[in-house]
Design a protein around this ligand. Structure first.
Ligand code: ZN
Length: 481
């Protein structure tokens, strides 16, 4: 086990999301204190079918504190494993993140327990991964170790580290992490952006200003590209939904349950309210998304609903595409029970079904696809990244038929891609967030991006005047200050 660097001087070691986008985990060490930033699992949401106990490259019991940026699984999913393997310290996060990880980790524990049970029945052997009966126990224990910290309040998290969380504008509760570290040669500062939101989307508040620091760890998921603008997204959806209204087909939208689903539903409702899209019933077929919607409803102050705010919170404009007090407010219907979901799958259009399973490989989207893939009146709108081996990617390929679930299908459904519903900053967003800091920043290290995206952003930032920008490898240690 490589264990700890043991340096008194402040430093950070990259243990995950280094030249990749999953498994976010960075270890900060200062004067003997050890603070873990994020503890993510390697695949998000519906991960490998049988989750295994994670192993850590350090002794979990020797970590003093964890700071969690947000509730996506690739940032929090390994917390129960860390706790199970001996971490007993505090986990700092925003109140909304604490509520959301209760759902996210609970859902993944339920899947692990189901998988372990099925494996036990099929193989006749006890499961050799996580002890099935205890997955939920470790989630409960993890939640009991959470200490909530509202945005912009400073707290001492270890003897040598003071923490402040700032709004990252990515999903409800998402935070940037600002640390002031007392090293042997004085204080140094570290900013970890977590995942940073897009500017200009009127759904969540805009991200706070990124604090200047001796070292900025910045995500780079889409550091080399520009997202579709909101008008173009509305145009594509208008055409698809008008066709559904006319011809009576179903519009299927697979989406990950946390973040993407809420964003897509928000836009569909607002655009239908203001007449940009024809009004059709919207069904959200995901029990997890239904639970998440309940959490979102607990934090109304987090949703400006059409009001675009500047960095100081001041109103800088109102989106022409949304209305702040709609005369006929639309509400989507959430489908929770398996029976309701089966009934929905038998229904014909016109309607819109947003279902769990962003890449079509699992989740409730699968049954709807089986039902409608050969219906020429139906549409499939892909709003998420589709991995090369996913069913969603196969649906996008221009082949006359498609094979899944053991048979060939005619694929008469129309398949459309809309790439602008991202919760992540693009190249111009990063320039706007970081550009003003070039003179006041020591180093920038780009994490949470495939090498192509990360290096493209590194070039952009170097051109913008940053003197020391790099893309660290896994296990690399960088001094802070
Ligand atoms: Zn995220």
């Amino acid at each position: 086990m490589p264990s700890f660097r043991g340096t008194q001087n402040p430093a950070v070691t990259f243990w995950g999301a280094a030249q990749s986008v999953t498994g976010s985990m960075h270890l900060v060490e200062v004067s003997g204190d050890r603070i873990l930033l994020d503890c993510g699992s390697v695949r998000s949401e519906r991960g490998p079918s049988r989750a295994r106990a994670a192993s850590f490259p350090f002794e979990p019991a020797a970590i003093d504190a964890v700071v969690l940026s947000h509730a996506h699984s690739d940032h929090c999913g390994n917390l129960p494993h860390l706790v199970r393997q001996g971490f007993a310290g505090p986990i700092y996060c925003t109140p909304a993140t604490r509520d959301l990880i209760a759902l996210m980790l609970g859902d993944s524990a339920r899947i692990q327990e189901e998988d372990a049970r099925v494996h036990g029945i099929v193989s006749g052997e006890p499961d050799d991964g996580l002890p099935s009966v205890s997955a939920r126990h470790w989630v409960e224990q993890t939640l009991s170790q959470c200490i909530v910290v509202p945005y912009n309040e400073s707290v001492q998290v270890t003897p040598h580290a003071e923490l402040r969380l700032l709004d990252a504008g990515h999903i409800l509760g998402s935070a940037m992490v600002a640390l002031t570290l007392a090293g042997p040669r004085g204080d140094v500062t570290l900013t970890f952006t977590g995942d940073l939101g897009r500017r200009g989307l009127p759904f969540l508040h805009q991200a706070d200003a990124v604090p200047a620091a001796d070292l900025i760890l910045c995500e780079s998921t889409y550091g080399g590209r520009l997202h579709q603008d909101v008008d173009a997204m509305a145009d594509i959806l208008a055409r698809v939904i008008e066709r559904s209204a006319t011809e009576g087909g179903v519009v299927l939208i697979p989406a990950f349950s946390l973040g993407r689903t809420q964003l897509v539903v928000h836009y569909l409702e607002r655009w239908m309210e203001c007449g940009r899209l024809p009004r059709l019933p919207i069904f959200v077929d995901s029990p997890l998304a239904a639970g998440i919607a309940d959490v979102y409803a607990r934090y109304p102050e987090s949703f400006p609903d059409g009001v675009v705010r500047g960095r100081g919170g001041e109103v800088v404009g109102v989106s022409p595409l949304s209305t702040t007090s709609p005369p006929h407010h639309l509400t989507s219907r959430y489908v929770r029970s398996p029976q309701e979901s089966d009934d929905l799958a038998e229904q014909s259009g016109p309607c819109v079904i947003v279902a769990s399973g962003g890449m079509c490989d699992g989740g409730r989207i699968v049954k709807h696809l089986r039902r409608h893939v050969d219906d020429p009146r139906a549409s499939l709108v892909l709003v998420s990244y589709q991995a090369p081996d996913s069913l969603g990617r196969k649906m996008l390929e221009r082949k006359p038929t498609i094979r899944f679930h053991g048979r060939n299908w005619n694929k008469w459904i129309e398949v459309v891609e809309v790439n602008g519903f991202s919760g992540h900053a693009d190249r111009d967003d990063f320039l706007a967030y970081l550009g003003p800091l070039a003179e006041r920043t020591g180093k920038v290290r780009l994490v949470h991006g495939e090498p192509g995206q990360a290096w493209a952003l590194a070039d952009t930032l170097s051109d913008a005047g940053f003197a020391d920008v790099d893309v660290p490898a896994r296990e690399e240690t960088v001094p802070i200050g």
